[in-house]
Design a binder for this molecule. Sequence first.
Ligand code: NAI
Ligand code: HPV
Length: 527
Amino acid sequence: MPKLLVSDPIDQAGIDILSQVAQVDVETSLSQEDLVRVIPEYDALMIRSGTRVTKEIIEAATQLKIIGRAGVGVDNVDVATATRKGIVVVNSPEGNTIAAAEHAIAMMLSLSRYIPDANQSVKSGKWNRKAFVGTEVYKKTLGIVGLGKIGSHVAAAAKAMGMKLIAYDPFISTERAEQIGCRLVDLDLLFREADYITLHVPKTAETANMIDAAALAKMKPNVRIVNCSRGGIIDEAALAEALREERIGGAALDVFENEPLEADSPLRSVGKQLILTPHLGASTAEAQVNVAIDVAEQIRDVLLGLPARSAVNIPGLYPDALEKLRPYLQLAETLGNLVGQVAGGRIELLNVRMQGDLANNDSQPVVVAALKGLLSQALRERVNYVNASIEAKERGIRVIETRDASIRDYAGSLHLEAKGSLGDHAVTGALLGDGEIRITDIDEFPINVPPNHYMLFTRHRDMPGIIGKIGSLLGSFNVNIASMQVGRKIVRGDAVMVLSIDDPLPDGLLDEIKKVPGIRDAYTVTL
Ligand SMILES: NC(=O)C1=CN([C@@H]2O[C@H](COP(=O)(O)OP(=O)(O)OC[C@H]3O[C@@H](n4cnc5c(N)ncnc54)[C@H](O)[C@@H]3O)[C@@H](O)[C@H]2O)C=CC1
Ligand SMILES: O=C(O)C(=O)COP(=O)(O)O
């Protein structure tokens, strides 16, 4: 019988399902060292946010097939290492949506009416009504950062309370936001206009420290901030200082950079304008049953050799189709990722054109792979072949599939065109005989470059001297160029330059490049 380790408190409903197919060991106080030591015995691991599944633990595993996260965020799991080791990581994307949204609303109202402090005061024998005069949320502006599942539910509840809704989510279409009743704005405007701000984004490089001292300085003096998403999205020291100096109205935090919150955290000594809860967003009876069953069923299925429905790191395709299409799926994912970054902003329409031999294949997996690539900047490892289409639909991205077997520049090629809030952009790519990917066209400029981790693209006037100037600029910032290519349609017209570079561009260099005479636009891409 396979063995399952449950290392965080999980509802019995999940344990009951798993006990039918595995030996279940529940050990909820293991240290990192203990986990490294015991993990080789186990076929499956079930966790919540309390266990950090580090590279060391995953590498120590010898027979682990699946890590089940009974909740949403998988930022406590080293998904990249699990994927490399072929370990499936599953989560429960919707099981605790309502619980987390309701906690955010509870935090907002508690902040407005000082409920925790008022309660404490009465219990300590006082009857002080003057100290706790609150504010109403009715007709106030709520700024929602991240309009996904939880953010949308918060929006619905806040709307019912008569709040005005604005939101920042660069990956949601205007139509989708309008359906929810939100006006999409940029982050700067949200910071300046909101009376309440609530965060519902995953923790990524873009969202880390999104609310820092500079952001806090832009906000209204009485703004109240709620964070029930992830620690580290707000700079805790800057927040504590702003609260202590009464530069903002209040904050309510459920999640922290380090959990449990350190004993000497500056947050612990802030007064009634700050409410802290110990990561309780998902802690309702209903949500715990939902996530436990959802994840237990998936672990059971994977242990029985069946596919998982919410795997964050494997394609949910049938093995035969997968094998045949695998190189094209990689091409589609790379081009999706590329066109998403080239277009920037919100994508409203993706046109996927399968060309040459590729036109004779099943298009669905290719489209899914392109969408997975397109959404990967927003959703990171959470988007997969199983959920990419649903995630795209929820974001209001329309997809058009076309085929043209007569385009035969290469045996098989793929053309992606993205229409978005910042304009329309298109990329084409092909597979060479040896299966290597080539980007063959960008915005109708012919090129022929393999994808690279770090790339720099420019749009410029085709005139002598430009290439040299860009080369020297990169050199002067110690950025090594691996390859460089120029594509143009007509001599001395518009051209594109594509550089593969060994390192990311240092701060300020992109602005310098944009200042070079003749350069119309420049942007970087990470593939
Ligand atoms: N406190 C708690 O106990 C709980 C916390 N969570 C956390 O809540 C967060 C949101 O969860 P869901 O709504 O289920 O996820 P979701 O994936 O449905 O929504 C996240 C939204 O954030 C947007 N987004 C991504 N990068 C962004 C950026 N740089 N700026 C603005 N928006 C961006 C995405 O487009 C997406 O619409 C996650 O971090 C999750 O781990 C979830 C459940 C319970
Ligand atoms: O689902 C999530 O992302 C959460 O943050 C919930 O965490 P928990 O399962 O309560 O430790």
